[in-house]
Design a protein around this ligand. Structure first.
Ligand code: DAH
Length: 341
């Protein structure tokens, strides 16, 4: 037993001093102690073996503690809260380190938020549209008869499974109407906008992209009128471009409106072009009674108006962007111009 105590003292001192304390666990002294067991009187062997095991466990524990302490010391020596030395950067004629360039939000994201905010202030709730939809929401719920040629006008893509990446945000009308009709029955109204990506299978050029953004509005009440719709839209465009604007409408056909209109604004001042030019901004109209009916809203009791148009075009006009394809191009030079938006 004295021998074990001697070895213990020696090995503990070694652990204390060692750079690699693990090595002490393989010390020959320990092996020698084990080798002595067979030479001992039978009644002493168990207690002796037990003592060596205890010594081994003690050493293992101390070694592990020491290693952990060493690891922690290494981590603590890097002070992650320390600011890097800005003065040395400023004084250095050729700094060798700069923080990586910060990205910025995409101009369409920023502008979509502005659009939604204006409609919010006017009392419309904003919901994002879906990026994969089906025939029912794209066509049938919007009063497109099966095999009607008006379906072709939307140049829609279709997946092998028959899903449709939406070609307009009008796909959200049925969802909004069915989800909000309880508000109508409770004496309120439906007032929502829906925004998001839409997709069309058409040849691309400076004014056409296969992927672009739309914003759709829908309002239903007991006595909605076309006059309210024109006032709402005019108010929106004036808020967005920050000036008074003249507006015009012209007749248009959409299966989901009756009557249907195209909505034009006079070209905003200060954005190029001459006064008196009108630009078509969106399609709109009174919601067709069949669309209300499909959504379970009685068209004898309620009426509504809806509109939908491109966001890209809105933003291009505001900033004088001449090619819609820049938006999806991933061109950093283009995006950087809008990093301060
Ligand atoms: N969805 C139509 C399009 O993309 C635009 C539109 C027209 C939306 C009339 C409407 C509407 O909500 O009432 O061409």
């Amino acid at each position: 037993m004295d021998k074990i105590a001697g070895v213990r003292e020696k090995l503990l001192a070694q652990v204390e001093a060692a750079d690699e304390p693990q090595a002490v666990l393989r010390a020959t002294e320990l092996k020698e102690l084990y080798r002595e067991i067979p030479g001992l009187p039978a009644e002493e062997r168990a207690a002796f073996g037990q003592k060596i095991n205890e010594l081994k466990q003690e050493l293992e524990r101390i070694v592990a503690e020491k290693e952990l302490a060493a690891e922690n010391a290494a981590v603590e020596s890097i002070d992650v809260t320390a600011p890097f030395d800005t003065t040395s950067l400023a004084n250095s004629p050729r700094p060798t380190f700069f923080p990586a360039a910060q990205g910025s939000r995409h101009p369409l994201t920023v502008e979509l938020e502005r659009v939604a905010e204006i409609y919010n202030l006017m009392g419309f709730e904003a919901v994002e549209s879906r990026q994969l939809d089906d025939d029912f929401h794209m066509f049938s719920s919007l009063n497109f008869p099966a095999d009607h040629p008006a379906r072709d006008g939307y140049d829609s893509f279709r997946t092998e499974e028959g899903f449709i990446p939406p070609a307009h945000t009008s796909t959200m009308q049925y969802r909004i109407l069915t989800e909000r009709k309880a508000d109508l029955e409770a004496g309120g109204q439906v007032a929502c906008v829906s925004y998001g990506r839409v997709f069309r299978n058409e040849d691309i050029d400076p004014t056409h992209e296969h992927t672009f953004y739309q914003c759709e509005g829908i309002f239903v009440s007991r006595d909605a009128t076309l006059g309210q719709m024109l006032a709402t839209l005019r108010e929106f465009f004036q808020a967005y471009y920050g000036q008074k604007l003249a507006i015009k409408t012209q007749p248009a056909y959409f299966p989901f409106t009756e009557p249907g209109l195209e909505f034009l604004i006079e070209k905003p001042k200060g954005l190029g072009g001459k006064k008196g030019d009108y630009l078509e901004m969106l399609g709109c109209g009174m919601i067709h009674p069949n669309v209300l009916q499909v959504a379970g809203i009685d068209p004898e009791k309620y009426r509504g108006f809806a509109w939908g148009g491109g966001i890209d075009r809105l933003v291009m006009l505001k900033y004088g962007i001449d090619d819609v394809r820049y938006f999806e191009s991933g061109k950093l030079k283009f995006l950087e111009e809008f990093s301060q938006l």
